[in-house]
Structure formats: C-alpha cells, structure tokens
Unconditional design. Structure first.
Length: 491
C-alpha cells in the first residue's frame, strides 16, 4: 500500500513518484531525469517518499537558521518565566535552562538519519517499530503530540496578536480571539504547505529579524532585572529537587518534541558531514533556546509573569511594544510551520492516502480547534505546563529508542527499502511489528509514567516526595531495553 500521494511536478516524470506495482513493492528509484526542486518555485511535491540524489541540495549550516527561527518564540519566553514562578532562584533557573536545552544535541543526532536515508523521520522509524508498529507510533508521537504543540504555540501567539488588535481600537471578545487564531494559523499553513524549500529560504531572514527584536528586549530586560533575585521563601530539600526535576522536564520538552528533525535534513546530500548536521542543528536550537528562556526568567524578577504580556509592556517603551508583539507572533509562526509540516508527513506515514499539502491543512484544523479550547475554556499557563511535562513521558523514550537505533546501525538506512510497506519488506518483521522497538518503547513509557508528577503523581514520584524522574527513567530504560533486545536479534 502506498501511504502518500505526491503532488504533481509539472513536466517531470520521476520514478520516486510512480505508484507501486500491483505486488505492493515500490518501483526502482534511479533519480533519472530528476531536476533539483529549487529550480522552479512551487509547492513541494515530495511527501514521505524517498528523495533521489538528483533532488538533494543544500549545506548543513542552513539548518541553524531553521531551528533558530523556530526557537525565538512566546512559548520559550513563558517557560523561562514559569521556572521563576515555581519558586527557583535566578541562578537555579538559569542552570535548568542550560541543562534542559542541551537535549538539542539529541535532536541533532536524529537529524543525521535524514541524509542517510533520503526519507523523513516518520519513515525511518519503520526500522525501529516495523511497518505497522510505526503507523501507531506516528499516530500518537508523530501526529497527536505535534498538533498539541501547534495548538499551545498558536494560543500563545494569539494572546500577543489580540493585544495588537486591541491597540488598533478593536474591542476584545471571543469572536475577535477566534478570528486572530484563524489568521495566524492560515499564515503558518502557507509556509507548511509550500514546504521544505520555502522553509529553508525564509528562515534565515526570519532569524535575523527576530534576533534584532529580541536584542532590544534583552537590553531592556537586563536594565530592569534583579540579577541577585531570590524568592521570599527559597525552596529546599525535597521540594527543591522536585521543582528542579519538573523545570528540567518543562525545558527539555522543547528539543525532545523534535523527533522529526530528519524531515528538514533529508534533502542534504548523503555525503554531508554527520558532525556538521549534529552541530548546526544543536546550535540552532540551543543558542536561542537558552537566550529566550533566560529572558523570560530575568523578566520574571522584575514584572509579574503570571500575565507576561501585560507585565512586559510595563518596562518596554511604548513605541517598541507593538514591534515586540509582532516578533512574538512571527516566531510562533516559524515554529508552528515546522510542526505542521512534520505532522502532515506523520499523517501520510499513518497510512492515509493524501497529498502532503492536504494533510497539513488537516493538522491546521485540528490545532485551531484545540487552540480555541485552550484560550476560551482553559488557563493557558496551567495547560502549557501540564501538557509539556506530560508529553515527556512519551517523547523521552521515543527519542532514546530512535537515537539508540541510529547508533547501533551506524546510521546506515536504505531509504528505498524503508519505503516498501508490503509484507515482503525487510522491515515487516513479525506481523508488521518490530518486537524489540515496541517493547523498548513500552518499557520506557511505563518507567516514565511511574515516575511522573504533573497531571497525576506516579507511585515512584509519590515515594520520593514529588520528585519527577520521568525524563531520565524513561530514556534510560527505553534505550537500555532496545540495545539489549537488539543484541539477541540484529535487525
């Protein structure tokens, strides 16, 4: 069964886009007559199909701006502020921010599998879970969680955009909020639908614009921040460790949410340096992640970050406040365009016969619905904190298993073989499931669930007085189980 319908490329017959034969096997992909995709500006034709060598282009340093633009956003700013609100000192908060953002190295490790296979992460993980098992993985980890992140970011951006609308003299209300959400989502989806080439071209100028805006914010925040800040009643003992663990999970949820980093590196030539891919990806996420989260934390020492928008406006010059709000919206559009792009590929990998450009629109509809709930029914800060911490239960083990597979295989992936979903596929394993991958993921999720303390408190967390060890427990158990099981049967 073919799980993707590529968008047509005018004047081109590419074997990578020919439907499979009657026996379910994909036809050979020799890249004949393939022209580089950037030659003619158009909607990206490729979905989860294999990218032939003739379509490969770019340099690994281009990945820096992709991840940098995506990490200068409102959600990162809120995360930094939340850490201070939880009761940490400024020094403790900054330490958590740095350590949490180090997980971007793992995002970089996952990205090296893209050029090796010429397929997105959503296809590469068939090697880990099997053809059928991977459909379940993509439905939950690939699509559902991506839509949740899309909605959270969209809700945060809508708050900033609504303030801009109010400045224009339009009275606030549910109708205005809904209209703002739809407009921001539409702008986001234009980039996602246009696809990979648009992302690579737009994100460098977006990064420069956002860097300039946040440089001004940084100068203002530093001028008002209390660099020796300590809460009136500093945390200690178990309460401190519990808060540090929760804060680490909150910050790490950002890089861990990008188990799909190969989606944006898969067009690079297969001979591209692995170190360069890891380095540029990790730096692109780490640097702005640390800077923007830290700005949120510093701001929390000077203003009330329970209402970050209103609080920051008290220290920003009147002329700059609208510029700052626009920057927040732009940053969120950048991160959500990546999220929607990957979620669209996940829908294809689940098995839906739908064009990538159409699947992205499905993501947008689902995210807008969740966003309106978050804004009109729920409390944004509480929702954000709970969801981000809870998703670590799934994302930590998922990332660990994927990274372990890359290391065990030495990043040797056959993209054409991975694209075969028939029973004759090398990755059909047992009934379409790779037992080692499925058991390792389930074991990691179970371990994390026992240790979590967020929406609910697991028994291990309860025994430790609320210390949430779900992140390290889930990742270590998942990785260890997978390595142990693979030794018995080399995939």
């Amino acid at each position: 069964m073919a799980s993707t319908i590529p968008d047509p490329i005018p004047g081109r017959r590419d074997t990578a886009h020919v439907p499979p034969r009657g026996d379910g096997k994909a036809l050979p992909d020799d890249g004949a007559a393939a022209a580089p995709e950037r030659a003619v500006p158009r909607i990206e034709a490729h979905g989860i199909d294999h990218i032939p060598d003739a379509d490969r282009r770019g340099r690994p340093r281009e990945l820096f701006s992709v991840w940098a633009a995506a990490n200068v956003n409102y959600l990162s700013l809120l995360s930094g502020g939340v850490l201070v609100l939880l009761g940490l000192t400024l020094a403790q908060t900054l330490a958590v921010i740095v350590v949490g953002n180090l997980f971007w190295v793992l995002t970089g490790v996952l990205a090296v599998s893209g050029p090796a296979s010429g397929t997105p992460s959503e296809v590469i993980t068939r090697a880990v879970y099997g053809v059928r098992g991977n459909r379940i993985n993509n439905a939950i980890v690939g699509w559902a969680i991506s839509v949740c992140y899309f909605a959270l970011n969209l809700a945060a951006a809508a708050s900033a955009a609504t303030a801009l609308v109010e400045r224009a003299g339009i009275a606030p209300g549910d109708g205005v909020t809904a209209a703002v959400v739809v407009v921001i989502a539409a702008l986001t989806l234009v980039i996602s639908v246009w696809g990979h080439a648009a992302i690579m071209k737009l994100y460098l100028p977006i990064t420069l614009v956002l860097a300039l805006a946040f440089a001004v914010v940084a100068a203002i925040v530093f001028d008002h921040a209390d660099l020796s800040y300590r809460p009136a009643e500093p945390l200690g003992g178990t309460a401190l460790w519990a808060t540090l663990a929760a804060g680490l999970a909150l910050v790490a949820s950002g890089p861990l949410s990008y188990t799909t980093s190969a989606d944006f590196s898969r067009y690079l030539p297969r001979t591209t340096s692995k170190r360069a891919i890891v380095g540029w990806t990790a730096l692109g996420g780490f640097v702005p992640g640390v800077v923007v989260c830290s700005l949120g934390a510093l701001a929390a020492t000077a203003v009330d970050m329970n209402d970050p928008q209103t609080g920051l406006e008290t220290i920003l010059p009147g002329w700059f406040a609208p510029v700052f709000l626009l920057a927040l919206v732009l940053g969120t559009i950048a991160i959500n365009a990546l999220t929607a792009y990957s979620a669209g590929l996940a829908l294809q990998a689940v098995g839906l016969r739908i064009r990538r450009s159409y699947s992205v629109l499905v993501d947008g509809f689902a995210a807008v619905s969740l966003t309106l709930y978050a804004l009109l029914v729920s409390n944004l800060l509480d929702t954000m904190s709970d969801v981000l911490q809870l998703t670590v239960v799934l994302l930590g083990p998922s990332t660990a298993v994927y990274a372990t597979d890359i290391l065990l295989r030495r990043n040797r992936y056959d993209g054409i073989a991975l694209s075969d979903e028939s029973r004759a596929s090398r990755f059909w394993y047992t009934g379409g499931f790779h037992v080692a991958g499925a058991l390792a993921l389930l074991a990691g999720v179970a371990a994390a669930a026992l240790c979590v303390d967020t929406v609910y408190t697991g028994p291990v967390a309860a025994a430790l007085g609320g210390v949430d060890l779900s992140l390290p427990a889930g990742m270590l158990v998942a990785s260890g189980c997978y390595a142990l099981l693979i030794r018995r049967r080399r995939p």
